[in-house]
Ligand binder design. Structure first.
Ligand SMILES: [Zn+2]
Length: 261
């Protein structure tokens, strides 16, 4: 009985999701949720039966079938990256991860808010970098103070809690328009994010981060940022555990490919 109830619960979760804002957005923004993790527990042998139960329940409530990609194993292999100079600046030889799903789910959702709010104001933002590996952080560190003051393990990017963006006007990355940066920074700060445009060493207006008030040393020992709206993130611990697995696999892959070259 437990096994039959579970997919129905999962289905209702999926329906709620499909009716939410996220359900109307690109799959890139589909949030991590309990259903994805629960999927790991379902025996492959009963999958067919479960999907039949789901279809029957779906007909009763007359809701559309949610199209959600479930991949708790290889999702990280599809993360998007950009090469050096994509946005006109030297950012080192290792590609930058620009995937929003590589970020802590709460922070990722605030970045989606930032992108959408800016878009509504006619400002198009491109993601320059989201999650950053230790190897990439080390590369920036070796490139000098202009790039970062933080060594490996010290940047919020390495906890999925920072992102770099740039406004794009007529296909050109606008790195030096201070007024434009100010408008973007204000939106970010309204969303509760810390904005690098307030810093002087280095002035980093494309950088936004959030830690829920905890320090980098707390992050480095595995502490999670506290989330006020916990109801919206019922499985945050599992989400982050899965993310950490992805991050590690990505890092291992980077190191392997560097060893080969
Ligand atoms: Zn940054």
């Amino acid at each position: 009985m437990r096994i039959v109830l579970k997919p129905i619960f999962l289905l209702f979760s999926a329906l709620t999701l499909s009716l939410s804002t996220y359900g109307q957005m690109d799959r890139l923004f589909a949030p991590f949720d309990c259903r994805r993790h629960a999927e790991l527990d379902i025996e492959k042998t009963v999958t067919d039966t479960l999907s039949q139960v789901s279809i029957q329940a779906l007909q009763v409530v007359e809701a559309p079938t949610p199209i959600i990609e479930i991949d708790t194993v290889d999702a990280w292999k599809k993360w998007k990256t950009v090469e050096n100079f994509t946005y006109g600046k030297d950012r080192g030889t290792m590609p930058m991860i620009v995937e929003l799903n590589a970020l802590h789910p709460y922070f990722r959702d605030r970045i989606v808010d930032l992108i959408n709010t800016c878009e509504a104001q006619g400002i198009h933002l491109a993601i320059v970098e989201s999650y950053r590996t230790h190897a990439k952080q080390h590369e920036y560190k070796s490139m000098g103070k202009k790039y970062t003051r933080s060594g490996a393990g010290k940047s919020k990017h390495q906890y999925g809690l920072a992102v770099d963006v740039v406004p794009i006007v007529d296909s050109i990355a606008m790195w030096d328009d201070k007024n434009l940066w100010k408008r973007i920074g204000i939106v970010g700060e309204h969303l509760g994010l810390r904005w690098g445009g307030r810093w002087r060493t280095p002035y980093d207006p494309g950088h936004f981060e959030w830690t829920g008030g905890i320090s980098t040393s707390e992050l480095s020992i595995g502490k999670l940022p506290p989330i006020v709206s916990k109801d919206s993130y019922p499985c945050i611990e599992e989400d982050v555990r899965l993310l950490r697995k992805y991050w590690k696999e990505w890092e291992d892959e980077v190191q392997k490919s560097y060893a080969r070259n």
